[in-house]
Design a protein. Sequence first.
Length: 127
Amino acid sequence: MELDNNSAYLGNPLLKRANVAVEWTEETISEYQRCMEDPLYFVENYIKIVSLDEGVVPFKLFPFQKDIVGTIHNNRFTICKLPRQSGKCHHINTIVKVRNKETGEIKEITVGDLYEEIQKESRTDLP
């Protein structure tokens, strides 16, 4: 479902901005409930990532990722022993180092600020 500019987040017609009314049907309620009960179904059907080669594609979990999602969903308390620098963070103020591909400059930036910069760049790339 694509949204008009008044309802879209940051001009992206695929993202709903806050406080936009949504009409709930029996079908959407049922789908919402299914997603709540089965996080793997939600990930496989609704989460998309940007591939440099293919553009926007569904997020395909590796088997170990499916195991982690299932464990977290089925257990109230979960401890995961995971490696560093594997593309995860849990707070928007996490500091990361990024390198400018053109100048080689390395700077520290929060994940939240990096996200905002990426969003600005993607808006300028839209037709």
